[in-house]
Structure formats: structure tokens, C-alpha cells
Design a binder for this molecule. Structure first.
Ligand SMILES: Nc1ncnc2c1ncn2[C@@H]1O[C@H](COP(=O)(O)OP(=O)(O)OP(=O)(O)O)[C@@H](O)[C@H]1O
Length: 690
């Protein structure tokens, strides 16, 4: 991958040119400003908040070793940040006041980066998911803007008056890989900046560009937060009047994602639109829970040579929270995934009903293909509408769906509803895998082996945040075993056999007399109410994932066919066009249904009720057009990536006509240079569609 990324030249564009020494401080090389006095308060802090990731013993030891008496003491309490005017009183109040953010003690990553950022250093910060990285970069960045004498916030507090800022007053820019994350960061930033006069704005895809621009023009902007596509769009368009000639700080949240080949070209272009770093000094901050080795080199080329590397995940540590139990469920077939998911929810609820003190079941189920997300959400929604469910103790569970195929309004609504929900399941693609801070998620369930280790870690990180407990589950077909080992490496997953329906033979007929039979029948009824076309899309979507994940293509096809006929109860398999079969290397495989889709059309196409199957809506174009996206097409947002091939072939690989896409299988999308990486991604790949 590095080779590819280097070709894009991001490092050049990103590099600040001020002369620097050549020392980067790494991992446990902790802030030089740490003084021994901090350790007593440290111990007190930890005893108060034992489960929250504060400074670890190893860190503390390292701190003692690294201590230089000339450096200021490390601060661990937000209230102490007022000393030496380090952080503006208004910001501190916003953070600590009970009626505001109500936070008291800084997390490890916050303590370890604050001084360095205020000092103006470039930083790479790696800390586990849910440990407060957002505030770690927001607080000092907002403070730095306030410290800038050319920033005018003199009209603060006067109701009608806005501070004197225009669209060209942007001092800091935060790039986020997803829209939802950008919005979430903005909400947090506005809380921190409240009453300071600093103006925070967003620029994210899927929203009305004109309305967003008008807001920036009317209200001005000091801190802009956005997604790569929209940022590029507005910064490159002279008619928007939005530019950043005084920009001093650039922040890449989920930095490894933004430096990956999918986003790197956009990030590079955005850099090119910012002031020349030889003329306007620029600080660059990178934050993520994961920094794979490949990206590390890229980071080094990107940051100033003496950047500070704060890594709160020890080298010898698995970068998932030890306190998150992670369970591996082998499923008999792909059709067992949904029954197993329902059983998991029911088991939890039954324990609650029996008086165990458990939090309400609030889960995110991650799928590797968008269409599978939809089928699953549709089936569970149908179940939730049944009278049996509505009379059960699970009746308050919300069944929500989020993926890039939904309009931005629906995505936002789903995210908001899930945030507010006390209990429920969010059926999600990877659009929520990074950074999203949904409160009180008790379970993260990953259906199928994810594309890479980082994805596993970030998805898992949606639970057990800010010191809370949580569980991780991975549902996996036995034929994914090899890829599981290669891709995920060392992780603390334990095989669990508690879910009976995961191993049931679903080709049998079940009576409602047994718990498993009841679950299977509920799922069957739910799936029976799903659109046949959606099921075809799900098959097609999973075709790419399964052939990439399974030990062999033959096993993948068998498993998919079984899921389609037995699980989805569809009588005829989707036909694959000769061209598609050739491209996927499926030509000589038994079980592949070759054709042009006429069988599905003859049989009734997109009938509701799920018993007749479906194929393509319009004429004889094969699987889907851009809008349908039956698995291979791409579409939706600007800035999306991935998919299969480019070039709009109508046998199922068409692009959705969106702008700014790149990558994909045919264009080096198999990351051949990441030898340990999975070569394939789902064809209706969602995590590239932000
Ligand atoms: N010092 C603190 N004390 C208690 N809670 C905190 C503190 N700082 C942040 N939080 C809360 O912790 C939660 C997680 O924070 P945040 O979303 O910034 O995590 P993150 O490290 O960025 O996670 P991810 O890697 O998933 O993006 C948020 O709800 C946030 O409000």
C-alpha cells in the first residue's frame, strides 16, 4: 500500500517545511514536561476511576524515567488546566460543569497530548477506542485558536453580534472519514467552545451544499469539520468564498483511514488548497486507535520530523480492551446468522427477565455487505411488528438500519434514534465502525470475518466506551477459518457454543415447541416478509465477500446457495452473467447459476413475499443499474470508494454515477502490497462509501 500512497504524494503535500530536529518520540516516551508530583494525583485518579483508561502503571514508570524537572507537571484534572492560563476558563467550565459536559479527570491520551498540542507540536496519537481522543484534540486546538492574537472574538456574549469572522478565518480543519463522525465531532466541539466566541462549522457530503455555505458565510468559521469529498469541493470552488489562508492546524481523525489509499488522494488535494506551510506554519495532528505498520511510514513522511508519538497501547498489548469479552461463534451455515443474532438478544433479555442486573440489550450488528444489512434489518423489523414480539418483554427494542445506501437524512435519523434508544439493534455497515459514540452499547456483533484487523478493532470499539462494559461477538462460517487467522491475527476471542441456533440444520422443519425451533420460525416469518429483490441483492453483495473470505470459491458458492434457498426460502438462484462469472473466476464451478436474469424476470421479478425471487428491474441489463446496486454497482456519496470495477459495465458492475469515487477491485483495490491484508472486499462495499 505504501508504494501506492506515496505515489499520490500526500507526504509532500502534507509536510510542513519548517526546519526541525530529527527526533520523533515514540510510544512510551512520554511527555518531557511530566514531573514526579503528578504521580500522587495519578494514583488518586486511578482509584477513583478504576475502569476508565487513565495512566497505566507502565506509563507512570516511564514518566518517572522521562521526567525533566524543567517541564511542567502533568495535569490530570480538567479543573487544573486553568493554571498558567493553559486553557481558557470558559472551556474548562464547559467541560467540568455538571449541567454541561460534566467531566472531571482527563484520560491518558488527553493528559499526554495536551501540552504538546498547545506547544504547537505535530502529534501522532494512538489510544484505544472510546478513550476520549476527540476531546484530546479539540480542547488544545480550540485553545490555540483563542491564543492567536489575530483571531477576534471580541463580541463574545453580545447576543445579536457575531464575532468578527468570515469564511476565510478558518484556523483549524478537522477531516473525518465519515459524515456521521464529522457531525459528532462538531457537536462535541460546539460544547467545548460554547461562550468563547469561536465558531464551529461542518462541511459534509449528503447535506445541502448551498445551505452549509450560507451558514459559513453568515456566521463565519474558525474550526471547520468535514468529510474529504465535501471539503475538497468547497475549498476548490472559488465561488464558495470559503478558503483557509490562515489555517494553522490540520487534524486527521481516524488518521490511518484517511492515509489509506482510498482517501489519500482527497486528503492530498485538500492539502494543496491550504496555505503553503513554508509561509503559514502548520501543525498536523493525527489520531486513531489503530496505526498499522504500513501507515506508520506514511505518517512519518507526513508529519514534521520531530513529531511526538503518543501511544497508549503498549507494543506487546492486543489493541482491544481486555475487559471486553470477545466470543467466536462458528455457524453451521450463513443462514444461521440471523437466528443466532435473535437468540443472543433473547438470551440476554431472558436473563434480565430473571432478575439479573443487566443493562438493556443495545447492540450493533455489523455486516460486510450493505444489502445484507438491509435484509437483516427488514427481517427483524418484521419480527418486531409481530403480535408475539409486541407482547414480549423485548417489545421496546428498536430495529434500526444504517448504511451508505440510505439518504443522508435517513442515516442521520437512524444514528440519532439509536443514540437515544434504550434498547435495540442497529444493523450497520461500516459507516458507523469508526469513531461513532453511541451511548451504552452492550454488544457488538460482527457477522462474517471483517475486511481487516483494524475494522474488527474499530467496530468492537463501539462498545465498552468511556469505562463501560460491553461484549464482542464474531459469527463466522468454518470455511472462513484461514482468512480469520491471517487477517485478524492475535485477538482475545474465545470460541463459544452457547447459541444453539448457530448450529441448527435449518433445512429441517422446526416446530415451535423447542426454543431453537421458535427462533428459527420467527426468522423465517421475518424473512418471508422481505422483498425478493432485496434478497437477490444480498446474495450478490455477499458473493464478493464470501468468495474472498472462504477457503475456496466452491465452498463460498455452496454456502451462499444454501443461505438463499434454505434461509431466504427462495426457489431459484440468482443468475450470474457469463461476464461476471468470468471476472470472478466462477466459470467452472458447480452450483453457479449462469444466465442473463430472464428466469427471475419470467418468475416474477421483484415480487413481495420473498417466494419467487427477483433479478433486475429494467429490461435485460443484468443485475443492476446504478440506482439499484444489486451488489456490484457503486453509488451514493461523493468520496465513496471501493466496489468492483469501474467503467459502468451493465452486467452488475456499474457505478452509481457519483463523483469523486475511486479505488475498487480493478484498480489496485486488492491492496496487493499489504501482504497480510485481505485481498477482497465486499462488492457493494460500504466502508468505502462514506
Ligand atoms: N475525560 C473523560 N472522562 C470521562 N469521559 C470522557 C472523557 N473524555 C471523553 N469522554 C467520553 O468518552 C466517550 C468516548 O470518547 P471519544 O468518542 O472521544 O473516544 P475515541 O477515543 O475518539 O474513540 P474512537 O477510537 O472510537 O473514535 C465519549 O462519550 C466522551 O464524552
Amino acid at each position: 500500500m505504501l508504494g501506492t500512497v506515496r505515489r499520490f504524494g500526500v507526504s509532500q503535500a502534507l509536510r510542513a517545511t519548517a526546519p526541525r530536529s530529527v527526533s520523533a518520540r515514540f510510544a512510551t516516551q512520554l511527555p518531557k514536561w511530566q514531573a514526579p508530583s503528578a504521580l500522587s494525583s495519578l494514583a488518586a485518579t486511578r482509584s477513583l476511576h478504576s475502569s476508565f483508561p487513565r495512566l497505566s502503571a507502565a506509563t507512570a514508570e516511564a514518566i518517572v524515567e522521562e521526567t525533566e524537572s524543567t517541564k511542567p507537571a502533568m495535569i490530570t484534572e480538567f479543573s487544573d488546566l486553568a493554571s498558567d492560563n493553559l486553557i481558557h476558563n470558559t472551556i474548562i467550565k464547559n467541560i467540568i460543569q455538571p449541567d454541561r459536559m460534566n467531566l472531571k479527570t482527563m484520560t491518558e491520551v488527553q493528559s499526554l497530548t495536551l501540552h504538546e498540542i498547545v506547544k504547537g507540536d505535530d502529534i501522532l496519537a494512538q489510544a484505544k477506542t472510546g478513550t476520549g481522543k476527540t476531546l484530546a484534540f479539540l480542547v488544545p486546538t480550540l485553545q490555540n485558536i483563542l491564543n492567536d492574537p489575530t483571531v477576534d472574538v471580541s463580541k463574545v456574549g453580545r447576543r445579536s453580534a457575531r464575532p468578527r469572522t468570515g469564511p476565510s478565518e478558518i484556523r483549524a480543519l478537522i477531516i473525518s472519514p465519515t459524515r456521521e463522525l464529522a457531525e459528532q465531532i462538531a457537536v462535541e466541539a460546539r460544547k467545548v467552545a460554547f461562550g468563547t466566541g469561536l465558531v464551529v462549522q461542518t462541511a459534509v457530503g449528503g447535506t445541502q451544499k448551498r445551505a452549509g455555505l450560507a451558514k459559513i458565510q453568515q456566521e463565519g468559521c474558525h474550526l471547520l469539520i468535514g468529510t474529504p469529498g465535501r471539503l475538497k469541493d468547497i475549498l476548490s470552488d472559488p465561488w464558495t468564498g470559503v478558503s483557509a489562508p490562515k489555517l494553522n492546524t490540520l487534524i486527521l481523525d481516524e488518521a490511518d483511514r484517511l492515509l489509506d489509499q482510498g482517501f489519500a488522494p482527497d486528503v492530498e488535494e485538500i492539502q494543496g488548497m491550504l496555505p503553503d506551510p513554508t509561509k503559514v506554519d502548520r501543525q498536523t495532528l493525527m489520531f486513531s486507535a489503530t496505526v498499522p505498520r504500513e501507515v506508520m511510514q506514511m505518517v512519518r513522511q507526513t508529519l514534521k520530523p520531530n513529531f511526538t508519538h503518543v501511544n497508549t497501547v503498549r507494543e506487546d498489548e492486543v489493541p482491544t480492551h481486555v475487559r471486553v469479552p470477545q466470543k467466536l461463534i462458528y455457524t453451521r451455515g450463513l443462514e444461521n446468522n440471523l437466528p443466532a443474532l435473535l437468540e443472543l438478544a433473547q438470551n440476554w433479555q431472558a436473563r434480565r427477565d430473571n432478575g439479573e442486573e443487566l443493562r438493556p440489550f443495545k447492540a450493533i450488528a455489523y455486516f460486510n455487505s450493505t444489502a445484507e444489512t438491509k435484509v437483516s434489518a427488514d427481517a427483524f423489523n418484521a419480527i418486531a411488528r409481530s403480535s408475539e414480539f409486541r407482547q414480549s418483554s423485548m417489545r421496546n427494542m428498536r430495529m434500526l438500519e444504517i448504511n451508505s445506501r440510505l439518504s443522508q437524512a435517513l442515516r442521520t435519523r437512524s444514528a440519532d434514534n439509536f443514540r437515544k434508544a434504550r434498547e435495540g439493534i442497529l444493523f450497520s455497515s461500516d459507516v458507523t465502525a469508526r469513531g461513532m459514540d453511541f451511548p451504552d452499547v452492550t454488544h457488538v456483533i460482527q457477522v462474517g470475518v471483517p475486511r481487516d484487523r483494524e475494522t474488527y478493532i474499530h467496530r468492537l470499539g463501539r462498545t465498552a466506551r468511556a469505562g463501560k462494559e460491553g461484549e464482542g461477538w464474531l459469527f463466522m462460517h468454518p470455511a472462513e477459518q484461514d482468512v480469520y487467522r491471517k487477517r485478524l491475527g492475535r485477538l482475545p476471542l474465545k470460541v463459544d457454543t452457547v447459541l444453539e441456533s448457530a448450529n441448527a440444520d435449518l433445512s429441517q422443519t422446526f416446530s415451535n415447541d423447542t426454543p431453537v425451533g421458535k427462533i428459527v420460525n420467527q426468522i423465517n416469518e421475518g424473512l418471508a416478509q422481505c422483498d425478493g429483490a432485496t434478497k437477490v441483492k444480498s446474495y450478490m453483495g455477499q458473493l464478493g465477500t464470501a468468495t474472498g473470505n472462504f477457503n475456496s470459491k466452491r465452498e463460498a458458492i455452496q454456502a451462499l446457495n444454501q443461505m438463499f434457498t434454505v434461509g431466504y426460502n427462495m426457489p431459484t438462484l440468482p443468475e450470474l452473467s457469463p461476464r461476471l462469472m468470468q471476472q470472478m473466476g466462477l466459470n467452472r464451478l458447480d452450483g453457479v447459476s449462469a444466465g442473463d436474469g430472464s428466469r427471475q424476470r419470467r418468475d416474477g421479478g421483484f415480487s413481495r413475499g420473498g417466494d419467487r425471487g427477483g433479478f433486475s428491474r429494467g429490461g435485460d441489463r443484468g443485475f443492476s443499474r446504478g440506482g439499484d446496486r444489486g451488489g456490484f454497482s457503486r453509488g451514493g456519496d461523493r468520496g465513496e470508494r471501493g466496489g468492483f470495477s469501474r467503467g459502468g459495465d451493465r452486467d452488475g458492475f456499474s457505478r452509481g454515477g457519483d463523483r469523486g469515487e475511486r479505488g475498487g477491485f480493478s484498480r489496485g483495490g486488492d491492496r496487493g502490497d499489504r501482504s497480510s491484508r485481505p485481498p477482497r472486499r465486499s462488492f457493494d462495499d460500504d466502508s468505502f462509501r462514506f
